[in-house]
Every structure is written in structure tokens, then in C-alpha cells.
Design a protein around this ligand. Structure first.
Ligand code: FAD
Length: 404
């Protein structure tokens, strides 16, 4: 693990910080303002940084991407939009798309002219994604799509979706899936926002009834959808490694400040030995996460891929975040419950992962999400058990509670 920044990295960080000081919007109130902020970041070269240059990206190193995200977290900068477009859809098109698809879609993803969502999960196909049932039937010059997707982040604002659908029911389930680009703005696509535990509606149900997908929008060959979904690696891999830790640190400092000001039995909470011990534990966990992030970045810089080790990182920070937020609410007591109007010193006042100006209650509720999306904690444990510890592979009987 390399703990030192090169002189170039230090200079780059300074340049990013100066740019943010001069360009940070005071507030981003709606989608159009977020799109404008996205566009500004892209024009400055701070978005799509890891994409190859020939497709409009910056060809930047993982460390440079991490520095930009980290400085944005420090500056409390609003999140850009189209994260799934830039993180998943674009890289899929770069690797598996035709020249025509690259020319048609890539620049508009980077500039957020067209917003994208990911249409993978279904009511009965989440962890077991290959069980998906949405069908795409060949109708000559196009496919006819029928079925339902769920938990579609950004579905309500998306212009296009990266779709996995079944094109063959007679072959083993992994082999009958194909990948498509689907226009979300058509009569056969009905998007219904879902109300989340946080009160917001970032994700949706998507119902497709005789929806149309052009043949020219098929990605890869028929039946290759599963392999495409598995092998596509994002280019923004340095991504949030450091930024996440910076956000934790700033939340932690606010929590300590709140514990200094809140009094119980006439004493500042910060003087209570149990509170101190619990805060100390969280602080040491943040430091562990910091070194884990630096280890990942070192691997990426050397051109190595963390592989199954990524499951350790994801399991570790997502479970930590839940413990952290639980402690925050325990310490803040009733103040932690406020979604609006918390005294300034106790307010979280940071952009959460999804870009809403947050409260502790909101961050606490949102922290549940990290242990579910992109592979739940149990799935990460399976990967660690099987691929790192070499334990026996899970069987179907294990999955259905020993009954199969
Ligand atoms: C905030 C958020 C955003 C999301 N955005 C998107 C999106 O944009 N597009 C999209 O397609 N999907 C999205 N998802 C869906 C996400 O990918 C799924 O929720 C996830 O794959 C889990 O699937 P599931 O919800 O069907 O749960 P299930 O797979 O039904 O799991 C239920 C429980 O069983 C456990 N479990 C399942 N299988 C096993 C096993 N083999 N061994 C041990 N335990 C097991 C799980 O860990 C979990 O606790 C999002 C989810 C969240 C929370």
C-alpha cells in the first residue's frame, strides 16, 4: 500500500480545489440546475474522467478520479446527475456496443443530455438476477418487450434504460438473457415511483407492455446478456473510495461537536465515558476504512483489480455505515429524529449519496440501502466465503432453506 501522494497528485488536488472554490453553485434546487452543474463539471474535465479519450472521456488515473470526488466531498459539492449512465451504461456500450451505438449514445451520456437507468432487478429476480422473466420477442425489425422491473433508480427521470430481458426460455436460465437499450419515453413503458423509507422516491417500478426496442439497440449477440452484465467493469473505479471516508470524517466531527454541546445530567455528553468509548470505536473504524480505501486505490493505480476483495470493502463500509448512523441517533436523541429544523450545530448538512441535503434521520434511513444494492451483505459473504476463503460452494438446497 502506498500512503504518499506524488507531487503531481498534490498539484492536481490544488487545481481541483481552486476550481471548486470558483465554480461551486450555492444551491442545486431542481433537475435542470443539477444538469447544468453536471455539464460544468464535464466541461472542466471532472466527469467521465476514467472513460477513454476517444469517446469523450479524460483517460484519467484512478487516483485523479478519487482526488476529484474527495475534493467534492470536502467542498460539500452537489452530486452530478446520470451516475448510472456514466458508471455502468456508457462503459457497457464502449466495450460491447457497435460503432453506430457508440456514436449515437456516448457523448449524450457524458453531457447528461440523455439520462439513463438500469433495468435489471425484478420482483422475483434480485440477488438471483438470472431468474428474470421480462421477455423480449423478435418481431422482425424490432423486439416486443413485456414484463416488470423494480427498484429502478432514477427511472422517473430517465430517457433511456439498459435492459436485461429473456429472449430464449428453452436454454439454461443464464444463457437465455439478452441486453438492450430501451427508450423510456414511449407509450408501452409505465414508470411508477416507489415511496422509500426515507420519504423520497429515487427508485421506481417499471411496467413494460408491448414496449418496442429497435434491433439496432441490441447490445452484443442474442443470449449474451448475462455475460455482458457480468463482465462490464465501470471506468470510474477510483470513484468514491476516498470521498466516502471524507464524508464519514466530516459527519464524525459534527457528531463530536454535537456531543460537546448536548448536556445530560448537567454534563456535556462528550464527558460521558460510555459516549467517549463509542465515539472512539467509530473513529478507529473510520481509520480502518481509510486504509482499506488507500489499499484499493494502490491496487487500481498498479493496474490490478481488487476482484473478490472488493466484496470485503463493500461489506465492511456498508455495515460500518449502519453502525455509525445508529450511534449518531443514540447520541443525538430527539435531535437526531428531526428531518427539518435541527439546530445548526446538530444538522448533518451534507449531501448524501443520492444528493439530497440531509439530516441525521435521513442518513440513518438511507444507510440501510448500502447493504442491499450492488449485492447484499449476505451475497458479499457468499463471495468472500467461496472465492477468498475457499469454503464449499453454496448449493440450491442452501438457498431454499434445505428443502430442495
Ligand atoms: C437504493 C437501491 C437502489 C437500487 N437501484 C437499482 C437499479 O437502479 N436497477 C436495478 O436493476 N436494481 C436496483 N436495485 C435492486 C438491487 O439490485 C436488489 O435490491 C438487490 O440485488 C437484492 O435483490 P432483492 O431486493 O430482490 O432481494 P432478494 O434477492 O430477494 O434478497 C432478500 C434477502 O435474502 C438474502 N439472500 C438472497 N439470496 C441469498 C443467498 N443466495 N444466500 C444468502 N442470502 C441470500 C438477501 O441478502 C436479502 O437479505 C436497487 C436497490 C436499492 C436498495
Amino acid at each position: 500500500m502506498d500512503l504518499n501522494y506524488t507531487p503531481e497528485d498534490v498539484a492536481f488536488r490544488k487545481q481541483v480545489r481552486t476550481w471548486l472554490e470558483q465554480n461551486l453553485p450555492r444551491e442545486v434546487r431542481n433537475l435542470e440546475e443539477r444538469r447544468a452543474w453536471h455539464r460544468k463539471l464535464y466541461d472542466a474535465g471532472y466527469l467521465g474522467m476514467g472513460w477513454p479519450k476517444e469517446y469523450g472521456g479524460g483517460g484519467a488515473r484512478p487516483m485523479e478520479q478519487a482526488i476529484v470526488a474527495d475534493e467534492m466531498a470536502k467542498a460539500n459539492a452537489p452530486a452530478p446527475t446520470n451516475s448510472l449512465g456514466i458508471g455502468i451504461v456508457g462503459p457497457t456500450i464502449v466495450v460491447h456496443g457497435t460503432d453506430a451505438q457508440k456514436a449515437r449514445y456516448l457523448r449524450k451520456i457524458l453531457s447528461a443530455e440523455e439520462l439513463w437507468c438500469q433495468l435489471y432487478s425484478e420482483p422475483n429476480a434480485g440477488s438471483d438476477l438470472a431468474a428474470l422473466k421480462t421477455s423480449a420477442v423478435d418481431a422482425g425489425d424490432h423486439f416486443v418487450v413485456n414484463g416488470q422491473k423494480i427498484w429502478t433508480s432514477g427511472g422517473a427521470i430517465a430517457d433511456w434504460g439498459l435492459l436485461l430481458a429473456r429472449t430464449d426460455t428453452k436454454v439454461p436460465k443464464h444463457k437465455g438473457i439478452s441486453c438492450f437499450l430501451m427508450n423510456m419515453r414511449q407509450p408501452g413503458v409505465d414508470v411508477r415511483p416507489l415511496k422509500q423509507i426515507t420519504g423520497s422516491s429515487e427508485f421506481c417500478e417499471v411496467f413494460m407492455t408491448n414496449a418496442r426496442v429497435e434491433k439496432s439497440d441490441q447490445i452484443g449477440k442474442l443470449g449474451e446478456g448475462w455475460a455482458i452484465a457480468q463482465t462490464t467493469l465501470g471506468y470510474e473505479r477510483g470513484g468514491r473510495a476516498l470521498a466516502r471516508i471524507t464524508t464519514y470524517s466530516s459527519q464524525f466531527n459534527r457528531l463530536v461537536e454535537a456531543a460537546r454541546r448536548l448536556r445530560r445530567h448537567g454534563q456535556p455528553l462528550l464527558e460521558n465515558p460510555v459516549v467517549r468509548q463509542k465515539l472512539g470505536r467509530i473513529w478507529s473504524e473510520i481509520e480502518v476504512e481509510r486504509y482499506q480505501a488507500l489499499r484499493t486505490l494502490t491496487q487500481l493505480e498498479r493496474g490490478e483489480h481488487p476482484g473478490a476483495g472488493g466484496s470485503i470493502t463493500k461489506l465492511s463500509y456498508s455495515e460500518f455505515e449502519k453502525r455509525f448512523m445508529e450511534l449518531a441517533l443514540e447520541i443525538l436523541g430527539p435531535y437526531g429524529q428531526l428531518t427539518k429544523g435541527a439546530p445548526q450545530d446538530f444538522a448533518l448538512d451534507i449531501d448524501t449519496a443520492i444528493g439530497e441535503r440531509g439530516s441525521w434521520a435521513y442518513a440513518y434511513l438511507w444507510s440501510r440501502a448500502g447493504t442491499i444494492y450492488a449485492g447484499s451483505s449476505e451475497i458479499q459473504k457468499n463471495v468472500i466465503g467461496e472465492r477468498i476463503l475457499g469454503l464449499p460452494k453454496e448449493t440450491r438446497a442452501d438457498r431454499v432453506g434445505g428443502k430442495a
